[in-house]
Design a protein around this ligand. Structure first.
Ligand code: UD1
Length: 429
């Protein structure tokens, strides 16, 4: 079986890494799978939607992802320009490689662009095309003003295999009319990465670099960690509008009097902070590498701005944080598994399991609702429950097993069709 695996933007990398690792494992154990006597060959395509080393390269190194075989070099642009550019550049790759399956992850513009191209491609006069496998299918915020919601719906509707992370996604897909045999509840490959790299993340020196370990006589790793909150904001709906962004920052003021806030800043957000003149509100205390963040002034009103962080450093910070405040999708899931309290600065979530059985709460984007959600979370007695079903580090293996089996069945049925009694008889004549 030949597969094309597509990645494009930061949240794709940790979802695709375990799939690549599972292919390597599959090939090593091939003889144990009667359904797949051939190895899985794959090419990794990077669309280049994210291109800065801090948004892309560092994740390949941290997650040990092989260098992309094909780099489309698409870069930034409006939604239309970026999506169109990926489509234009992906089509010739698809026509040249003629894979059996295209594996797409997540909900970014690159995901949708490659889904559309694959759904319409035709390799021969019979109209044959690769299977489209969508990993993280079925999540719905029911908010169509989010570009990701459009990407999710459309990608799911043209996909052949829908690999889902939680039961709500199964229900959403069924309501939208997806055939049950397309839907496979396999778990969460992002959590596969988290579980695989959690221990390694403990070796990160980020806590020392940001001065977050208390100065005691204890040696390095045994030094207690100071109370801090970890903040990420990058959604256009939150940071592109001056008033909304300002309200969110106001909602964090009380938190800043209680503990340090560490804020790795997304490039879009950095741009808006500059444009809106919010630098003074954020009072940067220290940058990564500048040493002890508590060394001067009143650290109780301090915020530490950093560049975007690598996977292992960020995982380490999430694990040790008192609280995470975010508008990201994936971070809601990661904090649920790490048992770290999470406040989501959005009106909704497409990942309801993180609220129902995880550590997440939805805060909205108004000053008071954010402040109240933070108070509620900090006053909450943490009970770490069982992880959501199949968030067990085996999701990618289930996906690869399914792909191998589906490919084998497809190939067998094609062979059967080729040797039906009619065709044999016709051949004789
Ligand atoms: C994209 C995804 C979003 C995901 C996020 C994670 C879509 C619609 N959105 O949003 O779901 O949560 O990635 O970051 O696909 N930029 C850089 N360097 C880069 C990449 C981007 O400076 O390597 C800047 C550019 O100014 C660009 C802006 O960030 O215009 C936004 O990048 P873009 O890829 O359009 O979307 P994100 O906001 O990152």
């Amino acid at each position: 079986m030949n597969a094309l695996i597509v990645v494009g933007a930061r949240p794709n990398f940790m979802k695709a890494a375990p799939i690549i690792a599972a292919i390597h494992q599959h090939n090593q154990r091939m003889e144990h799978y009667p359904g797949s006597r051939e190895p899985i060959l794959y090419l990794l395509v990077h669309t280049g939607q994210h291109y800065d080393d801090l948004m892309s390269g560092t994740f390949f190194r941290d997650l040990k992802i092989p260098m992309p075989d094909v780099h489309l070099g698409v870069g930034s642009g409006s939604h239309a320009a970026q999506t169109a550019e990926v489509m234009k550049k992906f089509e010739p790759v698809l026509l040249k490689q003629k894979p059996d399956v295209v594996v797409l992850v997540g909900d970014v513009n690159s995901t949708l662009a490659c889904a559309l191209v694959t759904a319409k491609v035709s390799f021969d006069s019979a109209g044959s095309r690769p299977l489209i496998a969508h990993v993280e299918a079925g999540l719905r915020s029911f908010d169509r003003s989010m570009p990701e919601e459009i990407n999710r719906i459309l990608t799911d509707h043209v996909s052949d295999l829908l690999f889902v992370t939680e039961q709500s996604a199964v229900r959403n897909l069924r309501k939208e009319g997806a055939r049950p045999d397309k839907i496979r509840f396999v778990g969460n490959t992002m959590i596969d990465s988290l579980l695989a790299f959690k221990d390694k993340a403990e070796q990160s020196t980020i806590l020392e670099e940001l001065g977050l370990r208390l100065q005691t006589w204890a040696t390095h790793r045994d030094k207690p960690v100071t109370r801090y909150a970890l903040l990420t904001l990058h959604r256009p709906a939150n940071v592109d509008n001056r008033d909304v962004f300002q309200n969110i920052l106001a909602g964090l003021e009380e938190l800043r009097t209680e503990c340090l806030v560490v804020f790795p800043v997304h490039p879009r957000t950095r741009e808006r902070i500059r444009e809106f003149g919010f630098e003074s509100r954020l009072k940067p205390a220290a940058r990564k590498g500048n040493g002890d963040a508590r060394s001067s002034g009143n650290y109780r009103d301090r915020i530490i701005l950093t560049d975007p962080l690598g996977y292992l450093d960020f995982l380490c910070l999430m694990k040790h944080a008192t609280l995470v405040v975010t508008d990201s999708g994936g971070i809601q899931e990661e904090t649920t598994i790490l048992g770290t309290l999470c406040v989501t600065v959005r009106e909704n979530t497409e990942r309801p399991i993180t609220v129902e059985s995880g550590t997440n709460t939805i805060a909205g984007t108004k000053t008071e609702t954010i402040r109240d959600a933070i108070r509620r979370q900090l006053g909450r007695e943490m009970k770490v429950g069982a992880p959501p079903q199949y968030w067990d580090g085996q999701a990618a293996k289930r996906i690869i097993d399914t792909l191998a089996r589906t490919h084998y069945e497809r190939a067998s049925s094609r062979r059967c069709l080729a040797y039906t009694p009619e065709s044999t008889a016709m051949g004789k004549n």
